[in-house]
Design a protein around this ligand. Structure first.
Ligand code: HEM
Length: 185
């Protein structure tokens, strides 16, 4: 007991920076750190919401390890989906189909596979989707997925690729004025 009292009266000297002693007016703890505002119960840590790989995150944001980031294609001015709709209502159909004006309606035109293969350049491009052959030449620069991607189906059956990327897109509707004919063997 006597030893304890001795320790309180003569505390061991420690080589530490001196801290101002509290005075009778300064009875609060010294403010060594700024006090942060209390976090509201609604606040979520920004780093985890939305989750890194959430669909709610805008594309082009943080890269997700192991996941291919979505590449946005910049369309040329005047090549929005609305411009495509306008072109469809203003251009004669045979121009969009790329055929002479007196060509029969597409449902009566048979296209052999050998003929489809001949149209595989950006200036003359056909593809076949679900048995229908389309002249996609006028559409290439309107494609939201980019020229390079759509050219992968040039001169051949593009059904599998088309469905792989966007099975929800209605090609028959979008390219109805570009339909050349029906594929035949
Ligand atoms: C020939 C007919 C095609 C048409 C009419 C077409 C149409 C479209 C449309 C409307 C979109 C926008 C979809 C959306 O925002 O929901 C799109 C995006 C895209 N398309 Fe196509 N497409 C065609 C062929 C292809 C092919 C053959 C490929 C791949 C080889 C392809 C790859 C893509 C990609 C990667 C995107 C971007 C998807 C994204 O932004 O997440 N498309 N296409």
């Amino acid at each position: 007991m006597a030893n304890e009292e001795n320790q309180v009266q003569n505390p061991p000297k420690i080589n530490a920076p001196s801290v101002p002693k509290p005075t009778s007016l300064n009875h609060e703890a010294p403010m060594s750190k700024p006090i942060s505002a209390p976090r509201s119960s609604l606040a979520r840590p920004a780093s985890t919401f939305p989750a890194i790989n959430s669909a709610q995150r805008a594309s082009g944001g943080l890269a997700v390890p192991g996941q291919q980031s979505r590449r946005k294609v910049v369309l040329k001015p005047g090549h929005s989906p609305l411009d495509w709709a306008h072109l469809n209502s203003s251009k004669p159909k045979h121009i969009l189909r790329g055929v002479p004006p007196n060509t029969p309606p597409p449902q009566y035109v048979q296209i052999p596979k050998e003929e489809l293969k001949k149209h595989k350049t950006q200036e003359d491009c056909w593809t076949c989707i679900n048995g229908r052959v389309f002249n996609i030449t006028p559409y290439i620069n309107f494609h939201p997925g980019g020229v390079e991607e759509i050219m992968k189906c040039a001169g051949r059956d593009g059904t599998a690729l088309f469905n792989k990327y966007h099975s929800w897109v209605n090609a028959d509707r979008m390219l109805e004025n570009c339909m050349v004919g029906i594929i035949s063997n």
